[in-house]
Design a protein. Structure first.
Length: 378
């Protein structure tokens, strides 16, 4: 490794907040201050007593309101983040056979979980190259369709719709980890809309949250009553029973719950998804317009309709090394603009989550231009 070029970005170009990572992502300072203020009665207190149970109830209500969940839908949660939810869903949601759309690192992982489970049939996996998206296809015998609202590794967003021609009773499960709260969708098109709160919800990791339809709850009950062995810590029936009592099966991170509630209530009080998705959309416009106009940067996702409003991936041409740009930005306090490591492109990846201000995205583009100018003239 050669060292990072000693380029100092002028202060008037720097964003007020330099966090552009895709998760953990920027936590609003207001939320951290509120947590500090609430700490004496909240942090370090029992998760089985009223203060924490009330916070869990606020979290479930806030999700309900944010996504305008249809009647009968409920909100369940558990420990372990999205990755653990995939294991929970493999045990407790797929009856026999699932169909997965795999078009990047995250969307491929749930497919692998299902493929490796000895008690399930071989899943159907529909693949698309990085930078594109796959669409579900109604298929006889498939009882769960696994979609991804936003593929965080490539910056591809999808439209969430039930596949036509699906068997009656087939569930639609959507990994919305980087989308939930930043991209609009119709909850009635989903049975399980699941996510972790360290992205658009501007909280910390370690928790999974799922908005579930009556059909999904019925599926969870039915599989739990079957003779399938399910490890207790990832048993969705156990998670559901606890969630309905505003608690988790084992101890959750209390700060994570608090910060997620703070972010969702901030969004809900300011107009809900219209407000938060609007903020991400404004951020996206800034960065894609800049990239389109740039002589060295190009949006990686060719189809503008698939370009994500929550995660932008920007290719740089051969005259500049993206890893050097990211390293110089980091040395100046502008962090986590690195591309997804396994994608292997000359690329910057920038979070556009609702907590991030459009003015800061604009400043980021100025910082990148400045660094590239300096590198080219060196
Ligand atoms: C970040 C992310 C995950 C992984 O979430 P963890 O909470 O770290 O397990 C899964 N899916 C998508 C789409 C993500 O963006």
């Amino acid at each position: 490794m050669t060292g990072t070029p000693p380029i100092a970005i002028p202060a008037d170009l720097l964003p007020a907040d330099g966090r552009f990572g895709c998760g953990p992502s920027k936590v609003r300072p207001e939320a951290v201050a509120a947590l500090a203020e609430a700490a004496p009665e909240y942090l370090g207190t029992s998760h089985r007593q009223a203060p924490v149970k009330f916070m869990v109830s606020r979290l479930r209500n806030a999700v309900h309101e944010l996504f305008a969940l249809p009647d009968g839908y409920d909100v369940i949660l558990g420990n372990g983040g999205t990755t653990v939810f995939w294991d929970a869903a493999t045990f407790g949601l797929i009856e026999q056979k699932s169909q997965h759309l795999a078009f990047g690192e995250f969307s491929s992982k749930f497919a692998t979980c299902a493929a490796e489970a000895p008690f399930l049939a071989e899943p159907t996996v529909i693949r698309a190259p990085a930078g594109e998206a796959a669409d579900p296809v109604g298929e006889t015998g498939v009882d769960l369709y696994a979609l991804t609202h936003n593929e965080t590794s490539t910056g591809v967003a999808t439209k969430i719709e039930r596949p036509s021609g699906a068997d009656a009773g087939a569930l639609v499960a959507v990994d919305a980890t980087s989308a939930a709260g930043g991209l609009r969708f119709d909850a009635a098109q989903t049975d399980v809309y699941y996510f972790a709160p360290q992205k658009c919800l501007a909280s910390d990791g370690g928790l999974w949250i799922a908005a579930v339809s009556p059909a999904a709850m019925e599926r969870i009950e039915r599989i739990a009553a079957s003779d399938r062995w399910i490890p207790a810590s990832i048993d969705l029936k156990t998670a559901m029973d606890n969630s309905l009592k505003d608690q988790t099966y084992n101890t959750p991170a209390l700060a994570t719950i608090f910060l997620a509630v703070h972010q969702m209530e901030w969004i809900n009080q300011n107009g809900g998804m219209l407000f938060s998705a609007g903020r991400s959309e404004a951020n996206a416009k800034v960065i894609y317009d800049w990239a389109e106009a740039s002589d060295y940067a190009t949006p990686f996702v060719a189809d503008p309709a698939r370009r994500s409003n929550v995660v932008a991936t920007i290719d740089l041409d051969d005259s500049v090394e993206a890893t050097t740009v990211s390293a110089v930005l980091r040395a100046n306090g502008v962090v986590d603009t690195d591309s997804y490591r396994k994608l292997g492109r000359n690329q910057l990846r920038v979070a556009l989550f609702p907590a991030i201000d459009a003015d800061d995205v604009r400043q980021l583009t100025r910082c990148i231009d400045h660094v590239v100018d300096e590198l080219r003239s060196a």
